[in-house]
Design a protein around this ligand. Structure first.
Ligand SMILES: [Zn+2]
Ligand SMILES: [Zn+2]
Length: 568
């Protein structure tokens, strides 16, 4: 068949229309809901043609000034409005900053969860503890497998990290191939003997990677992150020198560390016990699934361990970040119910301070020392290595994958920016790198990357049963109360004359010492009476302002001042 010139023209016009149409449609939206501009609560949504997949749903632990807050979850607003268009929740590994918010998320959207066996086990344990197992539909996937969800083809590949069974993702849509590198390191001798899948990364590279997203946690650390295997000798030394009990604190989900402590315990003839529900649960799940290899005779119940000779015991628990409610936190305060510290106990804090926790960890260490414990932390012995890639590994990843575009994820802005610099150093053109924080949508379209709109990406505070009812104003009030205390002023007036029935009663809490209060209160009463006698009565604000400015002038502090006014 021959085509007339007209037909050729028509065909090429069609093609042009089609291409235009497709390029407009072939838009992948990358929506950072958490973990960009902060450490923790990692969560990313990918949207193509209105359909969405979610990668990870983590929590973040509160900072010291976030009083009474248990933890923080991402803002699900964007997903909530499109709940029926979410096709799946893909989880990269079982750490809290990736799975911690799942039980909140599945209350809002009903998409199935995809996870590797260990990650699935840890998620199920978490759902059971939160009574939400009935809401979740979980599908097991293995590294090397592929899942197709609507327009998304998702390839799982193994990465080494500080927990077994972690994966990275290759996400293919008509907009191109995106590699989502969640937490990883290039550990050649990992505890579980399963290094990162370099071959898969190389294969992606041959196919052509349009965008690489990669973990920035350690972007400020030069060199290579040491292998997990360097910890072995350090634990060996601690166990060899300890005269009494060894108490090792770490994250409940740092499964690789549990294996290393178990190995040291077996070698030194100590029995091992676990304290705390999350630690006990996770170890049970990981052992049952054969991700932990601990001989039966090494493990004893906690009650039994507490009655054994001190030098025969190692206890594992949570609290390496100085969290007051954790076991180590309670041990340091002398408020742990099941057992207390003994002279000669060696407490090993096997983790690195999460930014913002340094102060509370330091206080915990001092309290532990005061109670007679020997404290070993990563500042004095190599009993912890990071699970995250350092600069040389990050550069190696970019060189392996050779992405057209690069977007750093997981980290505060300083780490994201540093990671962007590294990408530039190894040849990604500056205009192809995009550094954004939570809530800034990025679009991959027609082989170009551009910024989309801003969506809500704020903190949602979880405080006991209340989720999201606490906003920044409440937090500000709490911290003001905690820092400066309060003053209550009770005023009784004669209903008819409007005169004071008696001197105002003034009460303070958490503001100044009783002696200082004695000195201040007469003047406070006088100021209150001045305002009332000056006719400022209609306005309680006048009283509050007068008192506040007087207190600030005298003490340089700003307590919260409340006035109660009654007429009799
Ligand atoms: Zn992790
Ligand atoms: Zn993480």
């Amino acid at each position: 068949m021959t085509l007339t010139a007209d037909a050729v023209l028509q065909d090429s016009l069609n093609q042009e229309v089609y291409t235009k149409h497709m390029s407009k449609k072939n838009k992948l939206r990358i929506i950072p809901l958490g973990g960009l501009g902060e450490v923790g609560k990692n969560m990313m949504a990918y949207e193509f043609g209105g359909q969405i997949i979610v990668v990870d749903a983590g929590i973040m632990f509160p900072e010291n000034d976030m009083l009474g807050i248990d933890y923080i979850i991402p803002d699900f607003e964007y997903l909530r409005k499109r709940a029926n268009r979410v096709l799946g929740i893909i989880i990269t590994h079982g750490h809290e900053d990736h799975i911690g918010a799942i039980h909140h998320l599945i209350g809002e959207i009903s998409a199935p969860i995809y996870a590797t066996p260990l990650t699935r086990g840890l998620i199920e344990g978490k759902l059971l503890r939160n009574n939400s197992q009935h809401k979740a539909q979980i599908k097991t996937v293995q590294a090397g497998e592929v899942t197709t969800l609507g327009p998304f083809k998702i390839e799982y590949f193994h990465v080494s990290h500080s927990i077994p069974d972690a994966v990275g993702l290759g996400i293919t849509t008509a907009a191109g191939l995106v590699v989502h590198m969640s937490d990883f390191k290039f550990d050649h001798t990992p505890v579980d003997g399963w290094p990162t899948d370099f071959a898969k990364l190389a294969e992606f590279s041959t196919r052509g990677v349009d965008l690489l997203l990669s973990d920035s946690t350690n972007a400020e650390r030069p060199g290579w992150t040491p292998s997990e295997s360097v910890i072995g000798p350090a634990f060996d030394k601690v166990f060899g020198e300890a005269k009494g009990r060894v108490i090792v604190a770490t994250f409940a989900s740092l499964i690789s560390r549990v294996q290393q402590v178990a190995d040291a315990a077996a070698k030194h003839g100590r029995k091992m016990a676990f304290a705390g529900p999350s630690m006990v649960d996770n170890v049970k799940i990981a052992r049952r699934m054969k991700y932990l290899d601990i001989p039966e005779e090494v493990i004893v119940p906690l009650e039994q361990a507490l009655n054994m000779q001190d030098h025969k015991v190692v206890l594992m628990c949570t609290g390496s970040q100085g969290e007051p409610s954790s076991i180590v936190g309670r041990l340091s305060a002398g408020t742990n119910r099941q057992f207390g510290l003994k002279d000669g106990d060696t407490v090993v804090l096997s983790s690195h301070p999460i930014p913002g926790n340094e102060e509370s960890i330091s206080k915990t260490i001092n309290r532990l020392l005061r109670r007679g414990a020997i404290v070993v932390h990563d500042g004095i012995a190599p009993i912890h290595v990071s699970g995250h890639a350092a600069q040389e590994e990050q550069k190696l990843l970019i060189n392996l994958v050779r992405p057209k575009h690069f977007m750093p994820i997981h980290g505060e802005l300083r780490q994201l920016k540093r990671h962007a610099d590294l990408a530039k150093q190894v040849g990604v053109p500056e205009e192809n790198i995009v550094v954004v924080e939570n809530g800034q949508v990025v679009e991959l379209v027609g082989n170009k990357i551009m910024l989309g709109e801003r969506i809500p990406g704020d903190y949602v505070f979880v405080d006991g049963e209340s989720i999201g009812d606490i906003d920044h104003d409440v937090m500000r009030e709490r911290s003001q109360l905690a820092r400066n205390g309060i003053m209550l002023i009770d005023i009784s007036l004669d209903k008819l004359t409007g005169r004071l029935l008696h001197e105002p009663e003034v009460l303070t809490r958490g503001f100044v010492s009783p002696e200082d209060a004695e000195n201040l209160l007469p003047d406070v009463r006088k100021r209150v009476m001045d305002v009332i006698n000056g006719g400022g009565l209609d306005n309680e604000k006048d009283i509050i302002n007068a008192v506040k400015s007087y207190l600030y002038q005298e003490t340089k502090r700003r307590p919260m001042v409340f006035v109660t006014l009654s007429k009799a």
